[in-house]
Write a protein that binds this ligand. Structure first.
Ligand code: ZN
Length: 292
């Protein structure tokens, strides 16, 4: 009997990555379409997947905020988002209507945590966290194999780290429209640009920006350790591609933790084991779960 064929959707703010796969090592086809308006992008997504079916199930790993509670009336809808035109957009309904198969959905970061737990850097770990540090900052967790959610999905990018003395001195107000100096407001790609005019990878290695950003990510690491003692904290996203950053984060987290936590930052803080495939394989994990 051949393995089921799954549809994969990694819905991002600038592009949707689509795929069909029978397993993590059997990705049959992929494509990407621009995230323009829901009226354009959603039919294009449905058309491409329908053209590669029949599909046993579809997994959707999406930007948020999104309703992840299957029992809620707005399950599968993008909620209030600054992304123009996308608030209250139904991602799941059109897929179900067009493809007639089960759909699983979660945030891109929770899906990535699930993929890293299943097939990547978090295999065998009782608790795995995934943070993306990029245009925005988000975090997801898989505890005992299950995605963590409360009344909504976690919003780990909006925790408040202790302000770095350099930001206190400059009075940097942060870039989060809701909180100013939350983690996303301080350490996302736009926050780096707002302070220094360059991306972190374009700043000289001796620029203080490296220590400032590493400090904030390290605060997120030790906060996550205090909450969950995860066996792996996976750090993905464009900012993490900066040479030397993960080493700085590990060292700073060790200093902040002061030897207290069971997990050693030098061992548990890792780059994605699945590279840039965490998101799409997260969609695969969600699709498999939707079928089971
Ligand atoms: Zn915020």
């Amino acid at each position: 009997m051949s393995k089921p064929l799954y549809g994969l959707v990694e819905a991002g703010g600038t592009k949707f990555v689509l795929g069909v796969a029978r397993g993590p090592d059997e990705i049959v086809a992929t494509t990407r379409i621009a995230t323009t308006t829901p009226a354009e992008t959603i039919p294009a997504m449905c058309d491409w997947l329908a053209g590669h079916g029949p599909l046993a199930a579809v997994g959707v790993a999406t930007f948020g905020p999104v309703e992840v509670d299957r029992c809620a009336p707005l399950w599968g809808h993008i909620l209030a988002t600054p992304k123009a035109g996308w608030s209250n957009t139904d991602l799941v309904g059109p897929l179900v209507a067009r493809l007639g198969c089960p759909v699983g959905l979660d945030t891109d970061v929770t899906a990535a945590a699930l993929a890293e737990y299943r097939w990547g850097a978090g295999q065998g770990q009782p608790a795995v966290l995934y943070f993306t540090i990029g245009t925005g900052i988000g975090g997801g967790a898989v505890i005992g194999g299950n995605p963590l959610a409360g009344v909504s999905h976690p919003e780990m990018g909006h925790m408040r780290p202790l302000l770095h003395p350099a930001d206190v001195a400059s009075g940097f107000a942060g870039v989060c429209p809701f909180h100013g100096t939350c983690l996303e407001g301080l350490a996302s790609g736009p926050a780096v640009l707002a302070r220094y005019g360059l991306s972190l990878s374009d700043l000289p290695q001796d620029h203080e920006g490296h220590a400032v950003i590493a400090s904030y990510i390290a605060h997120a690491v030790v906060t996550a350790q205090a909450m969950f003692e995860p066996g792996r904290i996976v750090l993905g996203g464009g900012v993490m591609a900066t040479p030397g950053l993960i080493e700085r984060v590990r060292a700073e987290a060790e200093t902040l933790g002061n030897g207290y936590f069971r997990g050693k930052a030098s061992e548990i803080v890792v780059l994605p084991g699945l590279g840039d495939r965490s998101g799409l394989l997260g969609a695969l994990a969600l699709a498999e779960a939707a079928l089971s």
